[in-house]
Structures are given as structure tokens and as C-alpha cells.
Design a protein around this ligand. Structure first.
Ligand code: SF4
Length: 314
């Protein structure tokens, strides 16, 4: 190759690199421009409203479940309590006051689209500022202590417990699910062995509800996590509680398991508020995840009759 030819090749190589660099720049700029911008303050205001709505507006699925419960409850006291719960939910909705004095730990589930960009601040700061605003402006009880042993109230119900999933798209879905202490205390994780099978899981779930007696303010909703690891299974049980009553598990095997568990729980005789009766639980929801060949993790997260969650998509 002559010296002249070498020079031409070098020139060509440098031009190609410049073109590639420019294409990359254009792509990056396009991605930045395409990202959906969500202002910090919009998240704050949304979370504040969701915190108030979740505590004051009990879902129609829950109220309908109380009404359906009246049709099968045989105990007069049980019927009376179900009627009181319906009335309580209606008063809370009409007067925008919390359905229960324990307005809970603000558990927040986020589905963050990969094309979302938060402007004007950080996402978690916005969530906590929203919880603080909502609990103050909505006159909701502040139930969080800054340290588990020294127990000084934080004064604004922060911090929230935040679970985040990155999902495709450019939306931000926020779900606020306040969780009362009485029912949370009755929850449990158990590391079963694979030999325990479906029957072992069912026995664990029914036994957990039975040992809880009146503590989680029945009728309850029972979230069941199966699979994953020690920490994952607890998350699954909590996430299961976001389902609406009446929804059926997509997998017929687990749909049948939910039905069977509900029947078994309602035969325990605990009844509304633990005074005896047939309506101990309104629903059982199962969430699963793949697990290790040596493990069968299981978790039960119990929700009381004040089952609260509200969502918004930004
Ligand atoms: S368990 Fe539920 S209903 Fe009972 S006091 Fe707590 S939040 Fe209220």
C-alpha cells in the first residue's frame, strides 16, 4: 500500500467513526426527548390524595363482600357486625373520615415505566412528602416511630414502605395501601420443605388464621405468598392483597386452592370480629414465584376488614 492510499484509508476510518458518534448522539437525544417527564409536585399531590382516599373510601368489592356475607352468616351477632361494618364504610365515605382509627403504615407499590423521568426532585422523596401531606391534611393518625426500640413518633406517618418495579412503557403507577398494625402482627413466613406440598401450605395458612383469632379484626382477607426466597415470599403475600374481591387466580390450580382455603377458613368458626360465625374471611389471594429445588417458602399476610388500597396512573 502506497503512502497516499494509507492516508485515504485513515481519513475514511476517521469519517466513519465521526458518523457513528453522531448517530449515537442523535439516538441518545431522541431517548431523552421521548422520556415522559413527571413533575415531583404532581407525585406529592397524587400520593397525598391517594392516602386520604384509601383510608376513607372502602372499595365497593369489600362492601359487596360484607353484603354477600350477610346472606351466609348464621350468627345474629355476626350479622349485626356485618351490618355495622357496612354502615361504618358508608359514613366514612360520606363524611370523608377514616374507616378505622388505625390509618396504618403507608405501604406504596410503584410500577415505574422505563421511559419515565422525574423532574424537580427524587421519586422516593416525592412519595414520602405525599404521605406526609396526606396524613396531615386528611387528619389521619400518625402511627410510625422512627426507631423500632426507642419509639419516637415521626409525626407525619413517614417513612413509607416503598416497593418498586421497573416496567416497560412511560407510565408511573402508584398504589397506596395503608396497613393496620393489628392485622400485620398476625402475619408469618414459614420455610417449608418441598415435601410439605400444597397440603402443607394449606395447613399453615388455616393454622395462622386460627391462631390469629379476633386480633386482625375479622372478616379478613388472606394474602398468601408461595415460592421465591425468604424475603420475596413476604412481598408476594402482601402484593396478593392488592387484588379485588371476586377476582379469580389466572391459574386454575391456584384458583381452586384459593377456593378451598376460603372454605376451610370459614369453617373455623371465628366469625365477624371473632364473636363466632361463618364469615371469618372474605377472600384468599395467592401469589407465586419460582423457587429453589430444596425450598418451599410460604407467607401469610392478613388484612383486616378495613382493606384499603387506591391507585393512580401518571
Ligand atoms: S386491624 Fe384493621 S380494622 Fe383492626 S384496628 Fe387495625 S386497621 Fe383497624
Amino acid at each position: 500500500m502506497s503512502f497516499g492510499e494509507f492516508g485515504v484509508l485513515q481519513c475514511l476510518d476517521s469519517s466513519i467513526r465521526k458518523i457513528r458518534y453522531s448517530i449515537r448522539e442523535i439516538r441518545l437525544k431522541k431517548e431523552v426527548t421521548l422520556a415522559k417527564e413527571i413533575p415531583y409536585q404532581k407525585i406529592v399531590d397524587t400520593v397525598a390524595q391517594l392516602s386520604i382516599d384509601a383510608n376513607c373510601l372502602i372499595g365497593d368489592d369489600i362492601i359487596n363482600a360484607f353484603k354477600n356475607g350477610l346472606k351466609i352468616e348464621e350468627s345474629p351477632t355476626g350479622k349485626d357486625i356485618l351490618n355495622q361494618l357496612i354502615e361504618n364504610a358508608e359514613i366514612a365515605k360520606k363524611e370523608m373520615i377514616p374507616a378505622c382509627q388505625d390509618t396504618g403504615f403507608a405501604v406504596v407499590f410503584l410500577e415505574v415505566g422505563s421511559g419515565v423521568k422525574i423532574t424537580g426532585g427524587e421519586l422516593f422523596d416525592a412519595i414520602n412528602a405525599g404521605v406526609s401531606k396526606g396524613y396531615k391534611e386528611g387528619f389521619l393518625r400518625k402511627s410510625i416511630v422512627s426507631d423500632p426500640l426507642r419509639r419516637k413518633n415521626t409525626g407525619d406517618n413517614t417513612p413509607a414502605v416503598i416497593h418498586t418495579e421497573i416496567v416497560p412503557g412511560d407510565n408511573l403507577r402508584i398504589t397506596v395501601a395503608p396497613k393496620g398494625g393489628g392485622s400485620e402482627n398476625m402475619s408469618e413466613v414459614k420455610m417449608l420443605t418441598p415435601a410439605a406440598g400444597a397440603e402443607g401450605i394449606k395447613n399453615f395458612v388455616v393454622d395462622r388464621v386460627l391462631r390469629s383469632k379476633a386480633n386482625p379484626c375479622p372478616p379478613v382477607l388472606v394474602g398468601v405468598g408461595i415460592g421465591g426466597t425468604f424475603e420475596k415470599v413476604a412481598y408476594l403475600a402482601k402484593k396478593a392483597l392488592l387484588r379485588d374481591i371476586g377476582s379469580v387466580h389466572a391459574d386454575p390450580f391456584y384458583a381452586e386452592m384459593e377456593k378451598d382455603l376460603l372454605e376451610r377458613i370459614n369453617k373455623t368458626g371465628i366469625g365477624p370480629q371473632g364473636f363466632g360465625g361463618r364469615v371469618t374471611a372474605l377472600a384468599v389471594f395467592i401469589e407465586t414465584y419460582p423457587c429453589h429445588i430444596a425450598s418451599l417458602p410460604a407467607a401469610v399476610n392478613i388484612n383486616c376488614h378495613a382493606a384499603r388500597h387506591k391507585s393512580a396512573v401518571l
